[in-house]
Design a protein. Structure first.
Lengths: 362, 362
DNA sequence: CTGAAAGCGCTTACAG
DNA sequence: CTGAAAGCGCTTACAG
């Protein structure tokens, strides 16, 4: 009855069910009501099941002009934050039959050089996270694909939607926590990365400290590695008077700050407090465990994919409270979703020492 | 001249260059020598460049029956080891115009339930890493796609190729290092994960210890988290006589072991040595830094993708020393590549204490 | 309610 | 060396 070759096609299913190829498509896409008799519909489903039929995605893409594939652009996947982001994105995508292709952008983003490097051209949309300030412009080179930005400047909006984490609130919680403990001399171990998310951290820290009437924080930029965080923290701790708390842009930097403190014979948190950002698994692997801001990375990825699906008009996506607004994005400013964050208070923060020891110099 | 609609097609390029559509394809696929005159070839290239032509991948896939997409199946991408593996895979894939789709398999692997959940059906091959012993069988459900296994039992071979890390050698190096330092009572904090890679670690540790004439290692299984590693290590350190070294299957577990030791008032490495496996960034974020086995995850991913490309007969792939063996895999046992690993000796190991303190009990 | 046809954009035999 | 045609498998108007 069936030729035993490779994958069955809709033609094979049609033959097995005794219907036309068109009927197979209508039934399996659930568009058959009033167009195919219930009996034939059931026959199609049975035949499809028995043959193990799965539609050829290439053929469908060609016909529909859509690929059910989204591109996720992140700075680096080896960072656990982005791995979590991806997990959320991929989960929601899978729920809607979408695939996610990753583009870890080491530095610049541009169109493919060779015209045949086009595996990535088969896209319905792009989700980009934590990009450098001017990166979105480059992303537009990829045609007129719908773009959703994550953790990025909301104004700079070629994006159809933006999903942000409440970074500013997180930083304010860090500062409030440290001020509550009695700290007055904060230093900032700042990620030396040109992106909106780190700009916000720096600006918010400075504002919050100023609002409290304290001296501006000593700032030391650092690459996003433990080793460079250690170096930057060593410099910060060499200042006179020495800061009593190191506010770090990231848990990796906080780990480096802890190493720096111990290298100078200072105890964390008794002699110096350290805070992180992200709440990676690293935060609770360290000792003492890090006081840090938990960022809901997976939720952000999921929300970003939902926003993209809504822009694409994919059914069942973007339902917020039952108000069917799928695809309603033409005109008007792009919508911005901001996810709340929470401070996780752990062992790396404590009141400042009563009589701070003076550093060796001068 | 050109209609200003969406993307240009090969037809548009043909019109602009004054040639047939077929000539465009031949030129851009570099199969034109002796079939198209050099002048026309150049005209095609110029027109393609000017129009920004990029071939439609869906059309190409439909025609060729191949998609230039590989599936990477890993247990969890939030583990840095697999993130690195992915980076290597994606890099090599991109060099050959391939895309990589990720399948983080929380548990089981099976065919899509719904026939229209078929985004993942557009695949040329599968790379699966560190699977449970019986998982490959399930993978075959996906049709007759070429399969490359990473970090997996080489015998169980439905796989066209296997790329392994020399896990056994790594474990032997750990044991030799600890024996050299004078340790005789080792405990094993073992990952409670049913996979070949952890079986090998357990077996090799037991063998190496026996070969040295020591008592069999006390073994405590643990989930692959810092918290559970702490619990397991607390149990191991409660034994009498107490082990002087904790051999951990993973850096996360080693971090947990360090926390357990300190919770008991024991210093690492003075009172107890701890070793890890993987050399994640966590290994040098901790203090003391972990002695651990560096696994070349990115290289493994890259080698796996190269092996898959060779099986697929993709030109330029799989060149090993210039012997063009691409695609030469029919018959014979699947080939196994084993990548060397290296012990990174750092601060978490030292000679055992002279007079080991007895634990409280009894 | 059902069937036959067109066409998405590409690549590859096949005639000239 | 060049051109016209077939066909990959699907979905969607369009006639009956």
């Amino acid at each position: 009855m069936t030729t035993d070759r490779s994958r069955p096609t809709s033609r094979d299913v049609a033959r097995a069910a005794g219907v036309s190829q068109a009927a197979v498509s209508l039934v399996l896409r659930d568009k058959w009501r009033g167009r195919v008799s219930p009996g034939k519909a059931e026959a199609v489903r049975a035949a499809a099941r028995e043959l193990g039929y799965r539609p050829n995605p290439a053929a469908r893409s060609l016909r529909l002009g859509r690929t059910r594939t989204a591109l996720l652009v992140v700075p680096a996947l080896t960072n656990e934050f982005f791995a979590r982001l991806h997990a959320g994105t991929a989960r929601v995508a899978a729920e809607h039959g979408f695939g996610v292709v990753l583009y870890p952008s080491p530095e610049g983003i541009g169109p493919a050089r060779d015209p045949f490097d086009s595996a990535s051209a088969a896209l319905d949309g792009v989700i980009a996270s934590s990009m450098a300030s001017e990166a979105p412009a480059a992303l537009r080179a990829d045609g007129d694909l719908p773009l959703v930005m994550l953790d990025s400047e909301p104004e700079r909006t070629q994006a159809a939607a933006t999903v942000n984490l409440d970074i500013a609130d997180g930083m304010r919680q860090v500062v409030a926590h440290l001020l509550d403990l009695g700290h007055r001399r904060l230093a900032h171990i700042a990620a030396a990365v040109d992106s909106w998310t780190f700009e916000v951290r720096a600006r918010t820290l400075a504002e919050a400290v100023r609002a409290a009437g304290c001296a501006p924080p000593l700032t030391r930029p650092s690459a996003l590695t433990v080793a460079d965080g250690t170096r930057a923290a060593l410099e910060a701790l060499a200042a006179d008077p020495r800061p009593t708390a190191l506010v770090c842009d990231d848990d990796l930097l906080a780990a480096g700050a802890c190493k720096a403190a111990r290298r100078l014979g200072l105890r964390v948190p008794e002699d110096v407090s350290v805070t992180g950002f992200d709440d990676l698994s690293l935060a609770t692997a360290l000792e003492p465990e890090l006081t840090t801001v938990r960022l809901p990375a997976e939720e952000a990825g999921a929300a970003g994919m939902r926003a993209l699906l809504a822009v694409l008009g994919v059914e069942g996506a973007g339902d917020r409270g039952g108000v069917g607004t799928g695809g309603d994005v033409s005109g008007g400013p792009a919508e911005v979703t901001t996810l709340p964050v929470a401070l996780a208070v752990r062992g790396s923060t404590a009141p400042p020492p009563r009589t701070p020891a003076r550093p060796g110099g001068r």
